[in-house]
Ligand binder design. Structure first.
Ligand SMILES: C[S@@+](CC[C@H](N)C(=O)[O-])C[C@H]1O[C@@H](n2cnc3c(N)ncnc32)[C@H](O)[C@@H]1O
Length: 241
């Protein structure tokens, strides 16, 4: 993964800056807390976070599952995983782990992965909750990824997505051009996100991911926040894929 143009190397390079914004910016902190309220993991749950980045969600997840639960973060970028490791060490969490792998082909359900994956040691039916925050907008096939995550958690499991996309509220629409410029500037080089229509691509992927969640889950609760720029959905998986 030394190629400077891959999303993995992009996030590795910006891991420090990203971590400060993702973990400490007041609005982002409130948003994570609201999303975790929707998802509502329980004490003792086994939670897998896809594209966990630097582990900004870990404090909330660890708090919800307690000592008796397990949190596993999956990401393909070495740099962000190092920071996630540091966070785990600093807090002394013994039941929070990170694994390097391709979230679109979970090592526990797929045979091969795009990058060398470590094994999670978790199989279908052993995972209670799967979540991804700010990830499906980066994936070429978000619907396929969400299907794979639903399969991993299985019937009765919880699935949650939280994403940024252009706003559809009257007031939020005024901010869409600035948002689109930000999306373009912050997209990994070499990826489709650097195209002229980066925000449109993001919208389509986010929509596809959330649509699949709605199709696969019952009791879905959805929220819009930050003038409609943040979309959150969480539900209970209806039946095995
Ligand atoms: C915008 S960051 C979000 C990080 C974290 N979820 C958060 O809320 O702060 C997107 C993360 O997804 C990871 N990512 C992108 N595509 C991935 C894939 N196919 N498999 C695993 N991780 C992926 C990137 O390495 C990056 O760390």
């Amino acid at each position: 993964m030394s190629d400077r143009s891959t999303p993995g190397s992009f996030y590795t390079r910006w891991a420090g800056v990203y971590d400060r914004i993702a973990s400490d910016a007041p609005g982002v902190v409130r948003m994570r807390s609201t999303f975790l309220d929707l998802l509502s993991p329980s004490r003792g749950d086994v939670v897998v976070e896809m594209g966990c980045g630097t582990g900004a969600n870990f404090p909330w997840l660890r708090d919800r599952v307690g000592r008796e639960g397990t949190v596993v973060g999956v990401d393909l970028s070495e740099g962000v995983l190092e920071r996630a490791h540091d966070r785990i060490r600093r807090h002394g969490w013994e039941n929070v782990h990170v694994v390097r792998g391709d979230a679109t082909r979970p090592p526990f359900v797929g045979e091969s992965t795009a990058v060398p994956s470590e094994s999670l040691g978790l199989g279908v039916g052993e995972v209670d909750v799967v979540l991804a925050t700010f990830v499906v907008g980066m994936l070429p096939d978000p619907g396929g990824a969400v299907e794979a995550w639903a399969k991993l958690a299985g019937e009765g499991g919880r699935l949650g997505l939280c994403n940024l996309a252009r706003s559809t509220t009257p007031l939020g629409r005024l901010g869409n051009p600035a948002f689109a410029a930000l999306v373009r500037a912050s997209s990994p080089p070499g990826g489709q996100g650097r195209t002229r229509c980066a925000a449109q691509l993001l919208d389509e992927r986010v929509l596809a991911g959330h649509r699949t969640l709605h199709e696969r889950c019952e009791g879905v609760v959805s929220r819009r926040a930050f003038g409609g720029f943040v979309r959150m959905s969480a539900g209970t998986i209806e039946s095995d894929v």
